[in-house]
Each structure stands twice: as structure tokens, then as C-alpha cells.
Write a protein of this length. Sequence first.
Length: 420
Amino acid sequence: MSVKAPRGVNDILPPDSFKWQYIRRKAEEIFELYNYEEIILPIFEHTELFQRGIGETTDIVEKEMYTFEDKGGRSITLRPEGTASVMRAYLEHKIYGQSQPTKYFYFGPMFRYERPQAGRFRQFYQIGVEVLGVDNPAVDVEVILVGFQILDTLGLKDCKLYINSVGCPECRSAYREALKDYFKPHLEKLCSDCQRRFERNPMRMLDCKNEDCKRHMEKAPVILDYLCEDCASDFDKVKSYLDLVQIPYEVDPGLVRGLDYYTKTAFEVKYSKLGAQDTLFAGGRYDGLGEEIGGKRVPGIGFAMGMERLILALKYQNVELPINRNIDLFITTIGSKAEKEAFKYLNQLRRAGLKAAMDYMGRSVKGQMKMADRLNARYSIILGDEELDKGSATIRNMETGEQDEVKLSNLVEEMKKRVK
Ligand code: ATP
Ligand code: MG
């Protein structure tokens, strides 16, 4: 049997790749409106970056990373997400020394060893944004707005925003104790992951996907009752700015990112009809991350959006993206001399900026006409040995069927005019 792609990775073939290109371009247009600039990150990093930057007690670091030793004996990991790398780059290049804030976007593949299923893969693509160097909660809302504008521009509807505040290390220590008191009597009934989380990081229990555990989460104490003054007032500001720009939201006190360096705002945008994998984009504030990876304190907020899930949601809603795959003209040839000349004109026409094609498969005239149709050519240029001798070609408007003759010496200029 011939070699197949590994489980959980996808080939993105045309016409799907056209959708990817379209989404990427649209997202880039929106990033320009908001003044976000692209950061192009490495695909692999030192494993330590993710251990420290995502956290030892997360699913990602505990079981999902593609980690290997390189030939120099270093532990390397294929990036499972982008935020840690963005922060590393920001610190490494001392971007904090420039005028702030720093607003980045990125696009690219991420790698996680997960159980592949609808909307969940081992190599998947994220569009992400990160704003560093500013802790004003207005920026939290700006980040959410960028994400929504991408969904809106694509024509996705019914996406719902859930927000929460996970507080700061100070207000969280009291909350953690309250959680432990609550869970202690139920501990035996919870899954083994939760039992481990109970010791190491009880907030992560709220994020458990196990149905039995979820039931116990419903009555658990909520972080919002434990916020310090500063965290509470920032959360109020986030909500009031969301109201100001009329973005509906639901406060979900169970929405957590249970690591010390996640702070304050956490959010998720879901499209409920996608089933279990319903989160289109998710993010939050991570004011402690810079220190965690050995640098200074850098306030930051961002999100990551899953490309595959966007595409699934678009399919689900029957959104047809306005993708233009038409070509301007197709050169149909009759005879071998014409075939050779056509190749020369094809090159000139493309150099002049026209989308042009011809046949390389030795098709009959009829076959070439069919091909011109299939490619949605606006014009067909018919070039026969006979026309060549006269120094002219026939141009057929494929929509109206009208035909006329033009001088070959004039062909490129004439086609440029007609295609405009
Ligand atoms: P989930 O709860 O779905 O596992 P997560 O919390 O692990 O998501 P993040 O790390 O916040 O996800 O990633 C942001 C977004 O990236 C998700 O909302 C989703 O759209 C997408 N994503 C995450 N993991 C995968 C995956 N394995 N395959 C496809 N898309 C993914
Ligand atoms: Mg996950």
C-alpha cells in the first residue's frame, strides 16, 4: 500500500484551499483596520518554552505535545499554540523598549497529539492576535471585536460570546481554598484527572470535559465572588465596553484558564451547532506569562481562532464565500504552428497582468472550448495556422458568443482593454 498521511493531519486541496486563502486575506484586511502587524513565528521551539509558558499541569503539556530530541541532543517541540512564542520573541527582541502597545497577528499550523474527530486534528491552523504592553481592559474588548469582525465579514451568524474573569494570583488564592473545601467531600466520585488537579491546580477542574465531573462543577463556588477590587473593576469595564459597542455576551463563571499567569479576562466565542468542538475562537489575558518564561512582567491579551472550525461553521450555515476563480482568457489553437505561437502570446498576456491559460494535453478544438468553459474564461482567443498567416486572431466573448478579429500585433493591448 502506498504511503498515507498520518492520522489527524489534512491536505487542504482546491477548492478548499481557495476558502483558506480567502479567509486569510479577509482576516488580514481586518487586521490592517485595527493596526495589527504580522509576526511570523518558528514552527518549533525549545520544549521548555511551552512547559513554562503553557504550564506543566495543562492537557497540552501533559499529553499533547510533539516533542523530540534533535541531533544536537536538545529537546524540541512542535508548537502547540502561538502565544508563548509571541511572548518569547517580544522579550528576546526587547520590543518592550519601543512605543507600546505592540499589536501582532499570526497565522499558521499548530500541533497537538489529540484524538482526531470532527473539528479536532493533530495539525490544525490558527489565526491569532496578541496585544502586548498594555493592561487597559478596553484592549480586551478590542481583541474580541477583531475576532467578531472576522466572523461577520465571512457571513457567520449566531456566534455567541462567553466571558469571565479569572482574577489575579492574589484574589485566586482564597478562591482556590474555597474550591478545595467544596470538592473535598466529592473527590472520590471525580475522574482521576480531576483528583490530580485537586492537588496541583483545582481551578482546572472546572474545565473538565467528563460528564460526571461537570455535574459537580455546577454548584462549585465561582471566582467572580472572590475578585479583588482591581480585578472586579477591570471586569466591569470589559462588560461596559461590550455594552457600548453592542456585543451581546453571557458571563460564564465556569470559563477558566487555570494557570497562575492567566489573569482577568477570559473569553470564548462559540457556534453551538458544531457539537462538542464548538469554540471558534478563545483567548484571554496573561499578564504573568512574561515572568513565567524568565522575562519581565508584560501585560498581554489575545485569542486564537481555529481555521478548520471556521470552515465547518461556514459549511454548516451554507455560506458561499465570494471566491472568483474565473480566468480572463483561454487561447484555443488549431494546428501545431499556432500551438507554438500561442505559447509566446500566453506569456505576453500573463506578463501584462491577465489571467490566461491554454491546453497542454493535445485536446481537439472542441475539447479546448470545453476547457475554456470549465475555467470560466471570459474570452477565448482562437489562433489557427490560417489566422497566423494573416497576422490576426479571432476573439470570442464567451458570454455573448460574439466574435471579431484583432491584429496579433495589437492583441495584448486589445485584451487588456476588454478585460478591464
Ligand atoms: P478545545 O477546548 O476545543 O480543546 P482549547 O481550549 O484547547 O480548545 P485553544 O488552545 O484555546 O483551544 O485554541 C484556540 C482555538 O483553536 C480553539 O477554539 C479551536 O478553534 C482551535 N483548536 C484548538 N485545538 C484544536 C484542534 N486539535 N484541532 C482543530 N482546532 C483546534
Ligand atoms: Mg484542547
